[in-house]
Design a protein around this ligand. Structure first.
Ligand code: GDP
Length: 208
């Protein structure tokens, strides 16, 4: 697999009619997760450049940020393909109060509700959770919320480099039990799990 290009496309409120979210046929993979879970860092690791701004002030993002990656080959065989990564605003951020939380959920819902479903799993979505805090209530709630929108997310556990082997095994098991689904461990810091994540993204983006 060869990454050809990675670029920022647009920041969008994802709620208006002319919101700027691309309307072409390229697959969009949404990324959801709590503020500070490592979404921007993961997007930069996938894009191998600083296309996403990592948050010095967590929770500031009230917009959906769209990135476009062009790839040659990888899972699914040879050939060039393109995918959008749509970074949805992080949830579970208290500083702005409940109103801010509703606003963030509104952006994500506005986006997800208007994306045509693909198969039975709705909009392809990655739910990012911190590997150090398996099964957090906010994450379990987010999973239920996504399912209520007809989305069956793929759960990705970030920052596994921060765990010992024993902690990792234990936390993954706890997370899988809490979410009732497989959890893919990754680290943007060491690159661990990124090949598997690319395989998943290719499967989502290249299936027709
Ligand atoms: P976002 O709010 O979800 O976009 O989170 P960021 O990407 O800004 O990351 C939040 C913090 O976690 C930053 O200090 C990152 O450096 C750190 N971080 C993100 N990914 C990793 C990782 O894989 N390993 C480690 N050790 N730290 C990470």
């Amino acid at each position: 697999m060869k990454l050809i290009s990675a670029e920022f496309v647009i920041s969008s409120t994802a709620t208006g009619r002319a919101d700027g979210i691309p309307r072409d046929r390229i697959t969009q993979v949404a990324l959801a997760g709590r503020s500070n879970v490592g979404k921007s860092t993961l997007i930069n690791a996938l894009g191998r450049s600083r296309i996403a701004r990592t948050s010095a002030a967590p929770g500031k993002t009230r917009l959906a940020n769209v990135y476009r990656l062009a790839v040659d080959g990888g899972a699914g065989g040879p050939g060039r393909w393109t995918v959008y990564l749509v970074d949805l605003p992080g949830y579970g951020y208290a500083r702005g109060g409940p109103g801010a939380a509703r606003e963030l959920a509104g952006v994500a819902e506005g986006y997800l509700a208007r994306r045509p479903g693909r198969g039975d799993s709705g909009t392809p979505t990655l739910l990012l959770v911190d590997a150090r805090h398996p099964g957090l209530e906010a994450d379990v709630d987010a999973l239920a919320w996504l399912r209520s929108l007809g989305v069956e997310p793929h759960v990705v556990a970030t920052k596994v480099d921060k765990l010992t082997r024993a902690e990792r095994a234990r936390n993954l098991q706890t997370a899988q039990a809490a979410f009732g689904t497989a959890v893919l461990p990754v680290s943007a810091a060491t690159g661990e799990g990124l090949d598997e994540l690319w395989r998943l993204i290719a499967q989502l983006a290249r299936r027709t």
